[in-house]
Design a binder for this molecule. Structure first.
Ligand code: BES
Ligand code: MN
Ligand code: MN
Length: 445
């Protein structure tokens, strides 16, 4: 074991450099102007895997972003492990708010800053480090699958699966795209929420009107939209849509003060919803308004606005069905229009939630690997975020054991400004993954 741990340590500087090179590529699939960047990042992933000794590598796409599939055959009798990560990243947002340029990897105080340093190019780095540590002598079959449209809801994943099912089939699937309890305490992610979103348009008029002449009698669309959106929560901040699924959460100590520290909520702002923090984050639905289109203040005038739109994003608790939840949300929006306003709901993306029964020898091996690499036991945790890939692969390969790991920590700020990766976490995550592969090889011998 200590040999392998040392070898992970010795490959880390090169992995850290390759992670930097990946971060320099602006692989934002959601931005049509940067699709060539996504192609370049797929090329780099493929080149890195080729250098790591994989002979069977292909870049595939089924009408969507390029994904890389690299395969190393299993030694006789050994299982095949699929290592998943995604090479696309979220848009950088307001560049002026970043402390260093988003696509210029920058190290400060043991953390590497930049878009995708954690979510999820560090997942790729973790797999590379674990693979390189074996110096070509892998104890299990390894298939690396790095997709390029996870942040867009993996719309062509089903088609990719259909076209390459044989290449992707595995006994164990390791998804390095989640988080750890802290930078010192690892986690095994045992549940993720799903996602369902839509755009709601509210119309009160077919053209704008002088707000002085008609205001007070004729309703404007923004005021109507705001009232409609307000109906999505009750006064305590619980989701007020009927017919949504609620489950129960892993039994962990997660005090509200910890949430305050981890998120930087402004002083005086209260937390919403009832139930424990873990229940609210992992096992209950949540609704967020993530965008509004209406007249910007700069071009506003004293005019009653005729139409306004909002994008509403809902998290679906494990056990619920994302499609049903979108229907319930749509019904709610259609039925709560104030003042008879016209409401049109355009359905958006769906991603199913997933809960894992983390018992049995594969999960025991993972827990042992975590303990050896981190020096402390892993906590079973749920996460509020979504990885639609998981439910799709679980349905396609019902016998595969799914392990959700990752390198994020509460300070990572994924999707926000100043995203970062704790470099100590990268080392511990890579070490536990290498130890896991070794243990899985031994398990079947
Ligand atoms: N890595 C995240 C999922 C995640 C979030 C895991 C928080 C653990 C904690 C992933 O890249 C992500 O952001 N997923 C999207 C999915 C969506 C686009 C369908 C999400 O959760 O919004
Ligand atoms: Mn991710
Ligand atoms: Mn993400």
């Amino acid at each position: 074991m200590s040999d392998l741990v040392d070898r992970v340590k010795s490959v880390l500087p090169s992995v850290r450099a390759d992670l930097g090179a990946l971060v320099r590529i602006e692989s934002v699939w959601a931005d049509p102007a940067r699709r060539d960047e996504v192609r370049r990042s797929a090329e780099m992933v493929s080149k890195l895997l080729s250098e790591a000794g994989f002979d069977d590598i292909r870049t595939v796409s089924e009408g969507g972003a390029p994904a890389v599939i690299a395969r190393h055959p299993a030694p006789p009798g050994a299982p095949t492990v699929l290592l998943y990560a995604h090479h696309d990243v979220q848009p950088e947002g307001d560049v002026s708010q970043w402390a260093s340029a988003p696509f210029e990897p920058t190290e400060r105080d043991g953390r590497l800053y930049g878009r995708g340093t954690a979510d999820d190019k560090a997942g790729i780095a973790t797999h590379l480090a674990a693979i390189r540590a074996f110096e070509g002598d892998l104890p299990v079959g390894v298939t690396v699958f790095v997709e390029g449209e996870e942040e867009s809801g993996s719309p062509s994943l089903g088609a990719l699966l259909g076209a390459h099912r044989d290449l992707l089939s595995a006994d164990v699937i390791v998804i390095a795209d989640s988080m750890n309890w802290t930078t010192a305490v690892p986690s095994l992610t045992v549940s993720l929420r799903g996602l369902a979103d839509c755009v709601v348009e509210v119309a009160t008029l077919d053209h704008g009107l002088h707000s002085g002449m008609w205001g007070g009698v004729v309703p404007d669309a923004v005021s109507a939209l705001v009232r409609l959106l307000a109906s999505l929560h009750d006064d305590d901040g619980n989701v007020a849509v009927e017919g949504l699924h609620e489950g129960s959460a892993a039994d962990v100590e997660y005090p509200p003060e910890q949430v305050r520290e981890e998120t930087g909520m402004l002083a005086g702002v209260t937390q919403i919803g009832t139930g424990s923090v873990a229940e609210r984050l992992w096992a209950k639905p949540a609704i967020t308004v993530i965008g509004i289109d209406t007249t910007p203040i700069a071009t506003s005038s004293n005019t009653l606005i005729p139409t306004a739109r909002a994008k509403v994003s809902m998290r679906v608790a494990p056990g619920g069905d994302a499609g049903r939840h979108l229907e319930a949300l749509t019904r709610h929006l259609e039925q709560h229009a104030p003042w008879g306003a016209r409401v049109t709901v355009t359905p958006g993306d769906l991603g199913q939630p997933y809960a894992i029964d983390a018992t049995g020898p594969v999960y025991d091996a993972a827990r042992t690997a975590f303990r050896q690499a981190w020096g402390t036991d892993a906590i079973d945790m749920g996460v509020g975020g979504s990885i639609p890939f998981i439910a799709e692969f679980a349905a396609a390969f019902p016998d595969a054991k799914i392990l959700v790991t990752g390198v994020e920590d509460p300070a990572t700020q994924a999707h926000s400004i100043n995203e970062s990766l704790d470099l100590g976490v990268l080392e511990r995550a890579a070490t536990s993954e290498a130890l896991l592969l070794e243990a899985l090889g031994a398990l079947h011998r």
